[in-house]
Design a protein around this ligand. Structure first.
Ligand code: FES
Ligand SMILES: [Fe+2]
Length: 421
């Protein structure tokens, strides 16, 4: 998030405020098919070709601080375990014993120098998953030890965040994130720790939850309090990145500028957040706007100068999603973590404010799913300021493979000329 990008965002905002229509030549979108949110067919395409091929955020490196420390990860719908090897690298494996499929580890977290299946004690190496011990080996005829290694998943980290990808041929995490990763640099994310987490089961497709955070067209309509909206959506400056990622920087509203003691929407300077503090390398823009990043497919991160929540959307079935949000910030001085059961008042207050915003967003999700399942909604028209939603859907099709998707549900690929490279 260097000065050049910040200047570009400022210029984009000025442009957005001044325009009277979408930019010349901006494509007309067809309706997005509701079948993408409600059909078994599309859900199964995602299950077969999207989730097994994409990087997802699975945890933090401090979840497994020492060699042998492991955590399980089930959110991709298959049992996975993440373990720190003797060399300090974090490895990912399927938590599926190659004997008869028992979970190799049963506890959601623990520590062990060897991964010994609790059922018949087949044992695997934490560094490469090699099968290293089989009780009563004499009773297996022609047991091929090579073939019975613990199957791997890809596991890579960025600034303390651990990502996994089931696709062994996937591009490295850092290449896949590309410029989206640069947005995190000023936040010194390896120093951040979990403040608290929340989780809700929402009866809607996972994309309904994701879409709620990809535009601010709705903001003043559902998030105003006492008639005041904190943001002015008309100036929202968006950037589309390769691989479905994107950013959205939204200026403060007039009332919020006044309240914050700022002279104009581009009067960007550091504000005082009291005991919440500040990460001193975060640019002033973050204090005077809503600066949000989306990581394809299921993470939305509204950045803040003292830390940020990550919203995650995990499909449970085609009309059920687990919506998680996990707040990260710098722990209090002299401590290496927060105690979520004993948060200081300033963090409890912050938690209440953010949870309230999330509740306002959540309110629409289940009813929208029901409407999509009703013949009353024939398609979903998307406007220019909702283009990050289109970008998400285009990328979903690219990952699944457009040819696999029946034409009536397929997205026209339109936004490539607008992607920043
Ligand atoms: S299922 Fe793991 S050792 Fe038998
Ligand atoms: Fe919202």
């Amino acid at each position: 998030m260097g000065p050049e990008l910040i200047e570009k965002i400022k210029a984009d905002m000025a442009y957005e405020f001044a325009r009277t229509a979408p930019p010349d030549g901006f494509p007309a979108f067809h309706d997005i098919s509701t079948e993408r949110h409600i059909s078994d067919e599309f859900y199964e395409l995602e299950q077969a070709h999207l989730w097994p091929k994409t990087w997802v955020l699975a945890g933090r490196s401090e979840d497994v601080p020492n060699p042998g420390d492991y955590v399980t990860f089930d959110d991709l719908g298959v049992p996975i375990l993440i373990v720190r090897g003797t060399d300090g690298e974090i490895n990912g494996y399927y938590n599926t014993c190659q004997h008869r499929g028992a979970p190799v580890v049963r506890d959601p977290r623990g520590s062990s120098r060897r991964l010994r299946c609790q059922y018949h004690s087949w044992t695997y190496d934490i560094d490469d998953g090699a099968l290293v011990s089989v009780p009563d080996e004499r009773d297996f005829v022609d047991l091929d030890w090579q073939e019975r290694c613990l199957p791997r998943v890809r596991c890579e980290t960025l600034g303390g965040f651990v990502f996994v990808n089931r696709d062994l041929d996937a591009s490295p995490l850092i290449d896949w994130l590309g410029t989206a990763a640069d947005m995190f640099t000023p936040f010194q994310t390896s120093t951040l720790r979990e403040v608290y987490r929340e989780s809700r089961i929402v009866p809607c497709n996972w994309k309904v939850t994701a879409e709620a955070f990809l535009e601010v067209y709705h903001f003043r309509h559902i998030h105003s309090h006492d008639g005041v909206s904190v943001l002015d959506n008309r100036g929202a400056a968006m950037g589309l990145y390769p691989n479905g990622h994107s950013r959205m920087i939204t200026p403060y509203s007039k009332q919020n500028l006044e309240r914050s003691g700022l002279a104009s929407w581009d009067d960007w300077r550091h504000l005082n957040h009291g005991q919440l503090g500040a990460i001193d390398t975060v640019p002033a823009m973050v204090d005077c706007t809503s600066t949000a990043i989306s990581l394809f497919p299921n993470a939305i991160i509204p950045l803040g100068s003292y830390g940020f929540p990550i919203n995650l959307f995990w499909p449970i079935d085609k009309r059920t999603t687990r919506l998680d949000w996990i707040y990260y910030a710098v722990p209090p001085e002299g401590q290496d973590r927060f105690d979520p059961s004993d948060l200081p008042d300033h963090w409890s207050a912050r938690r209440a404010v953010y949870n309230q915003i999330m509740a306002e967003d959540e309110m629409n999700m289940a009813p929208m799913q029901r409407s999509m399942e009703s013949p009353a909604l024939t398609g979903i028209p998307i406007n220019y300021q909702e283009r990050r939603i289109w970008h998400l859907h285009e990328e979903i099709d690219r990952v699944i493979g457009p040819d696999r998707i029946p034409e009536r549900m397929r997205m026209q690929q339109l936004l490539d000329p607008y992607v920043e490279r």
